[in-house]
Design a protein around this ligand. Structure first.
Ligand SMILES: Nc1ncnc2c1ncn2[C@@H]1O[C@H](COP(=O)(O)OP(=O)(O)O)[C@@H](O)[C@H]1O
Ligand SMILES: [Mg+2]
Length: 500
């Protein structure tokens, strides 16, 4: 088909489907590799082929040396570690679209959130995660969100490392029980602090300690190639936390924000540094605050020039705010349903997001077969390509979960296991505040369980005194910072990078 014959390297999506419903292998539908940092959307109703499309794109990116990150919500992407099994159906599809198909595994790395499930444990420190994302996880309203921001501001300002949830609990408890300090932080009421505290403690009771703390994941570890030059496919296995969508969606956002902070500007490279697939993306936007939505929009807009492509996978484009949608260059729209009036509305809205075309999209979108999609991408010059009814190629890795033994073997052999495998608990705000309590001179009423303080260097002790001595609290503008007390600066998302 005219408009898809790019001279440079490209991903082969499939073949154009003709009006009679047969595919034309002489009309390949493709995405230029150089445009993969211009983002995209894979949409469609359940069971229409979104995950297989994602798998197909990921394995071709890997083959062309581009690392990929993907969130595996249902556990069906672990198959990328195993070669696909030949079948009549696959052979038929391959013949229809002109694909030379052979089963082939990808170089894969498995991650899990906080070690829940099979994979290298992925954790963030509280300080790095920041108040915006944590508010989203906790379901705080906007007043509470800005109050939590003040708690972080207080800790940041005084160089108190918030490594894990118990650090945050310690700081909030301290603030609620020390009215003269709380008063110094304009805008944080003790009632709101109490509400936030209960939310954090509840969250802890649900086992959330596993997700926060050290060693903290460095998102740059996603940018790896195997010895053969293929890009590593990093799969975050989420089935164990499938019922906690707010948790995993904000973690994905943190990874993206961390990448943004860590990577240098590269403009528009020949091929992306990483492509990030955000499955179940609607979970990110549902009940998000205005500030959160603005942060997403800004991150997606800016991360392109760092060479990172973001592909959102969701049911309809309506799930994605217009400002974000406008930045998604590639569209792979699988079939939609039109059962209910809401379906019909979503269908109309979807059609309106496509460029003009000779198709009756309203009808075509409800009639697409499984593993078919309506596609438009950006050409190498950045112009939208003609809308094309496409039958997609079949993935060459396994279209089912890998054998658990395969997954276990990949994890055991990972070079990242030594770095992230074991949780550590360093001295942080909790210990600082506990030590304060344990000190004989202390007269405050802070009631967290005291703990044997770890030996501290002299300058840290003086910081501690600077932070906690009541005179230092009289004015927040007076800096108590010294060696340990360097102020932390926060990014678009309220996240921060720790000095690693
Ligand atoms: N590109 C494809 N090649 C071969 N089979 C496909 C393809 N896309 C979808 N299928 C078939 O359709 C089923 C559902 O696809 P899937 O990607 O899991 O749907 P979704 O993620 O939209 O719910 C797959 O298990 C597979 O059998
Ligand atoms: Mg799916």
């Amino acid at each position: 088909m005219k408009g898809y014959d790019f001279p440079g390297p490209a991903l082969e999506l499939g073949a154009l489907v003709k009006d009679d419903g047969t595919a034309d292998p002489s009309s390949p539908i493709r995405i230029p590799l150089a445009m993969m940092n211009r983002h995209g959307l894979v949409a469609g109703a359940t069971g229409t082929g979104k995950t297989k499309t994602l798998q197909l794109m990921a394995e071709q990116l890997s083959a062309q040396g581009v690392p990929v990150f993907l969130a595996d919500v249902k556990g069906d992407l672990s198959g990328m570690a195993s070669p696909g099994v030949p079948s009549d159906r696959t052979a038929q599809r391959a013949a229809e679209v002109g694909q030379s198909w052979a089963g082939r595994a990808c170089p894969v790395e498995f991650f899990s959130l906080g070690g829940m499930g099979e994979g290298i444990p992925l954790r963030a420190t509280m300080t790095a995660f920041g108040p915006t994302l944590l508010s989203k996880v906790l379901g705080l309203n906007e007043t509470q969100e800005s109050s939590l921001g003040l708690v972080f501001y207080f800790a940041d300002k005084h160089g108190m490392p918030l490594l894990d949830l118990k650090d945050l609990v310690a700081v909030i408890t301290y603030l609620t029980e020390t009215p003269e300090v709380l008063k110094g932080i304009g805008g944080l009421s003790s009632a709101t602090a109490g509400v936030i505290l209960r939310a954090v403690v509840n969250f802890q009771a649900q086992g959330a300690d596993a997700f926060f703390g050290e060693p903290e994941f460095d998102a740059r570890d996603l940018l790896r190639q195997g010895p053969d030059g293929r890009g590593v496919v990093s799969i975050l296995e989420l089935p164990a936390v499938q019922d906690r969508p707010r948790l995993f969606s904000t973690f994905l956002m943190w990874l993206l924000a961390d990448l943004f902070e860590a990577l240098p500007e590269v403009g528009d490279p020949d091929k992306p540094k990483l492509v990030f697939f955000f499955d179940e993306a609607h979970l990110l936007f549902s009940d998000a605050s205005k500030a959160f939505l603005e942060s997403i929009t800004q991150t997606v807009r800016l991360i392109r020039s760092k060479g990172v492509g973001v592909f959102l996978v969701t049911q309809t484009p309506k799930d994605v705010p217009a400002d974000v949608l406008a930045q998604l260059g590639a569209r792979v729209q699988h079939a939609l349903r039109a059962f209910t009036p809401q379906d019909a509305k979503a269908l109309k809205a979807t059609v309106s997001t496509f460029p003009e075309s000779p198709y009756d999209l309203q009808r075509l979108l409800t009639e697409l077969g499984i593993g078919e999609a309506v596609v438009t991408v950006l050409s190498e010059t950045g112009a939208p390509t003609p809308v094309a009814w496409t039958r997609l190629c079949a993935p060459q890795s396994l279209m089912a979960p890998s054998d658990p033994a395969v997954v276990g073997g990949v994890v055991a052999a990972s070079p990242l296991l030594a770095k992230y495998g074991t949780a550590i608990d360093r001295e942080s705000a909790y210990e600082m505040l506990s030590a304060r309590l344990a000190a004989p001179a202390s007269t405050d009423t802070y009631g967290a369980p005291p703990r044997e303080p770890e030996p501290r260097r002299h300058e840290e002790k003086s910081v501690l005194e600077g932070v906690l001595g009541s005179s230092a609290f009289k004015s927040l503008t007076r800096s108590a910072a010294s060696a340990l007390g360097r102020e932390i600066t926060r990014s678009i998302f309220g996240t921060a990078r720790r000095r690693r």
